[in-house]
Design a protein around this ligand. Structure first.
Ligand SMILES: C[S@@+](CC[C@H](N)C(=O)[O-])C[C@H]1O[C@@H](n2cnc3c(N)ncnc32)[C@H](O)[C@@H]1O
Length: 266
């Protein structure tokens, strides 16, 4: 089901295997510990929240998202120890009550990562861990073509005085060393920050279009009429394929930043 907030769980799930890879890598960074209470911020369709609970033997995990459609899909994974709730991850915090904070492919949607990470850190108990993954591919054709098209007519006028929605990855995501500095300044005892290129091989170049339709293009869906969004997609696909070339299969390198840190026990 597509939704008013632009997210469509079915479209998002089309590349579930590719999207799960960075999540597995993120979980591999988490150190074994007794996880009484954890949170998955921007949990999306919830499969990965449930997987984390199982893999890390978490007693209680809450997946938080602001998309009604994504939460609807996530509810299928709810159990007594895996729960889901509506909320804004940029405002979320708790009073040192959490042992683990996960945020996979969600932090890029909100601005001011220094402030948000400070708030999230305040939610960690002593010895608590944070594991975050963000895309870092704002300079890739999928993102460049979207921004270029949105700045051209007839779309530009349709966005009105506010202008086209900015690319959150370009605007919000910091460099790896900036995240490392933030974690140090926030008092984490240990950390691991790395950039990784995921070498996805998609059946065809057209699948790159299908991929972003379920993610970065959602920001245009909520700002254009249905008819104009449809036209946007047609133009976007055309321009993207001109840029990528038409290949079967298509090599789709995807740069991401993995961030892990742990507070001291004291
Ligand atoms: C790309 S999906 C990632 C889902 C899941 N974590 C995964 O790895 O597959 C990003 C999710 O973040 C959610 N999101 C974006 N901004 C948010 C906000 N400010 N508050 C809550 N959820 C947000 C979206 O609704 C979407 O479900």
């Amino acid at each position: 089901m597509a939704s008013m907030d632009g997210w469509d769980p079915e479209q998002y799930r089309r590349f579930a295997n590719e999207r799960a890879q960075p999540f597995h890598d993120l979980l591999a960074l988490v150190e074994p510990a007794k996880f009484l209470r954890a949170v998955d911020l921007g949990c999306g369709t919830g499969e990965l929240t449930a997987l984390a609970a199982d893999r890390l033997e978490i007693e209680e995990i809450l997946g938080i998202d602001h998309s009604a459609a994504m939460l609807g899909a996530a509810s299928l994974h709810a159990t007594p120890s895996v729960q889901f709730s509506h909320g804004d991850i940029s405002a979320w915090s708790s009073n040192h009550e959490h042992d683990l904070i996960l945020a996979a492919a969600s932090l890029q949607w909100v601005p001011d990562h220094g402030e948000v990470l400070r708030r999230w850190t305040g939610a960690l108990a002593p010895g608590g861990q944070i594991a975050v993954q963000v895309p870092a591919n704002a300079d890739s054709p999928t993102h460049r073509v979207a921004s270029r098209l949105a700045a051209a007519e007839p779309y530009l006028s349709a966005f009105g005085i506010a202008g086209p929605p900015v690319d959150p990855v370009e605007t919000n995501v910091l460099r790896p060393e900036q995240y490392a500095q933030l974690l140090y300044d926030l008092g984490f005892e240990r950390q691991h920050v790395r950039m990784t290129v995921y070498p996805h091989v998609l059946p065809s170049s057209r699948d790159a279009f299908e991929w972003v339709k379920g993610t970065t293009l959602t920001r245009f869906k909520t700002r254009l009429s249905e008819e104009l969004f449809h036209r946007f997609l047609v133009d976007y696909e055309h321009q993207l394929l001109d840029e990528l070339g038409r290949h079967e299969p298509h090599f789709f390198p995807f740069r991401r930043i993995l961030i892990w840190a742990r507070l001291s026990q004291a």
